[in-house]
Write a protein that binds this ligand. Structure first.
Ligand code: FAD
Ligand code: SF4
Ligand code: SF4
Length: 484
């Protein structure tokens, strides 16, 4: 009997792709991990025990066929592994890079529970599709049927919008994507820094969609360049996938000083520089951390991206101020570890009380916090510690306290567009349709700030719902014409 290529988790230890040394990676915005060599990817895949009920897959929002593509990889059948991985995801190599695997697939791998260390699923997923791009196995996007009589408008070119665009184009619809930015990709392009996700990885995906006949209207802001109603009149169905962009603010004296900036303004400027754009607010020094004492306020992934960007821009010092402790922070522990290796100092149980400086910020007054009873989210609520506070020098303060939805009904001139009390779009969860007939919604604008993999999942689901709606509409129209 041939040797079983799988279940090697006892003999073969867990191994992630090697990270570049912190001193080296702090010098550039390239991804921090080197690539798996083919033999390493095959070896790591062979650790999978091929569970009958694969919890890895259950906890992957896309329910990827993980054990199957691991087995194919272990057997050296990489092209088949790619085809299977690609069957459930519109961007597997992106998820492999930036999903918080420790909370999703890998965190639920049985081998992790048995103490051997999870199968390195994300790294293998990235390897498979990167190899497919290198080998020319990624096929062009070709519509399978001609439904060119019907057209779809998609507002927002983030992962939710792009996924929907791909699946509907494949089904033969005319697809138009509108985005207010000059490049597609949403937060994949302008939010997430290159050291987590290199931009050519995103741009080659976008180019494939353009080559497949999807029409992109870049620099087109709905609300400014058209109302929702005008787009509704133009298309047979619409998708709103605009994400969440209203930054939460801090109420504290001095917060209006120059040098106290919003996280996304800061990250967008940095990402634009990576593309080689002229960015006046960066070029003037306002959004450049070089030579500054930087304090980032927040404990989520956006804060982690800001601190690590500041290090790479050549900040003199970088501190992350967070009101809870390490165990109770929302950001990924993997990212905290990366940031610490790169020289970031975390100041736990600390909240800003005031900012000082004549016009330009020069320091932050910090209140010490302690943890009280758990709040509604189950995390222990921070409260001021009577032991008092202290002051930190700061010449650039970055506010990274999370995002809320913008006021879409007002922005879009569509007061009848129903929203929840959190400002997210209200959808019928069966049809994924908003309160307006033929207008669907997906991604962060429905869920609130979430993850790329959930945006992809929503994009996949809403494409199916929109296809159903459009088919029914196509059948209904001739009947109406006959009746008329
Ligand atoms: P978005 O990606 O936000 O895309 C929405 C698009 O709509 C944007 O391109 C925007 O320009 C466009 N738009 C908005 N309004 C209009 C309008 N009126 N007219 C035209 N276009 C409009 N998730 C992870 O899984 N892993 C990570 O490591 C990670 N890191 C992150 C780091 C940062 C800094 C941030 C902010 C988020 C991060 N996330 C991460 C979350 C993830 O990026 C989002 O959950 C995901 O991008 C949501 O996808 P989306 O398609 O719903 O919206
Ligand atoms: Fe894991 Fe994300 Fe890939 Fe699913 S999509 S297998 S959660 S890395
Ligand atoms: Fe393989 Fe782990 Fe998934 Fe089981 S849970 S199928 S061992 S990757």
């Amino acid at each position: 009997m041939a040797d079983n290529p799988m279940l090697k988790f006892v003999a073969v230890g867990q191994d992630y792709p090697e990270k570049r040394a912190a001193e080296e990676r702090n010098e550039d915005f390239a991804e921090i991990s080197r690539k798996f060599a083919v033999a390493k990817a095959e070896e790591q895949s062979s650790r999978c025990s091929q569970c009958g009920v694969p919890y890895c897959s259950t906890h992957c929002p896309l329910h990827n066929h993980i054990p199957d593509w691991l087995r194919l990889t272990a057997e050296g059948r990489l092209r088949e592994a790619y085809e299977l991985s690609n069957a459930t995801s519109s961007m597997p190599e992106i998820c492999g890079r930036i999903c918080p695997q420790d909370r999703l697939c890998e965190g639920n791998c049985v081998i992790e529970f048995s103490g051997h260390g999870a199968v390195t699923i994300g790294s293998v997923e990235k390897f498979i599709t990167d190899t497919a791009w290198e080998q020319g196995w990624i096929e062009p996007l070709v519509p399978v049927a001609d439904r060119s009589g019907q057209s779809v408008g998609i507002i927002g070119a983030g992962p939710a919008g792009l996924t929907t665009a791909e699946y509907l184009r494949k089904r033969g619809y005319d697809v138009h994507v509108y985005d207010r930015h000059d490049r597609a990709g949403g937060l994949l392009t302008y939010g997430i820094p290159g050291f987590k996700l290199e931009k050519d990885v995103v741009m080659r995906r976008v180019q494939r969609l353009k080559d497949g006949g999807i029409v992109f209207h870049e620099g087109f802001e709905v609300g400014r360049d058209a109302t929702l109603e005008q787009l509704r009149a133009k298309h047979d169905a619409l998708l709103i996938a605009t994400g969440v962009y209203k930054a939460r603010d801090i109420k504290a004296p001095g917060v209006g000083a120059s040098g106290v900036v919003k996280a996304l303004d800061y990250l967008i400027a940095s990402n634009r520089k990576g593309f080689g754009d002229a960015v006046p607010d960066f070029d003037s020094g306002a959004l450049d951390a070089a030579g500054k004492d930087v304090v980032v306020i927040g404990g989520g992934d956006t804060a982690m991206d800001c601190v690590r960007t500041a290090v790479r821009q050549g900040a003199t010092s970088v501190k992350c101020l967070y009101r809870r402790d390490r165990e109770n922070m929302p950001g990924s522990q993997r990212e905290v570890a990366n940031a610490e290796e790169e020289g970031v100092e975390f100041v736990w149980l600390s909240a800003p009380e005031a900012f000082d400086g004549e016009g330009a910020v020069s320091g932050v007054h910090v209140a010490k916090m302690r943890l009280g009873q758990p709040d509604a989210s189950g995390r222990r609520a921070p409260e001021p510690d009577p032991q008092g506070g202290y002051r930190l020098n700061a010449t650039l303060v970055i506010k990274a306290l999370g995002f809320e939805p913008e006021e879409l009904p007002k922005m879009f001139g569509a007061p009848e567009l129903s929203v929840t009390r959190w400002g997210t779009l209200r959808v019928d969860h069966k049809t994924m349709q908003t309160s307006l007939e033929g207008v669907f919604a997906a991604g962060d604008i429905v869920r609130g700030a979430s993850l790329v993999v959930w945006a992809i999942r929503d994009g996949r689901d809403v494409a199916e719902r929109m296809h159903g709606f459009l088919k029914a509409k196509a059948k209904a129209v001739p009947k109406q014409k006959v009746a008329a």
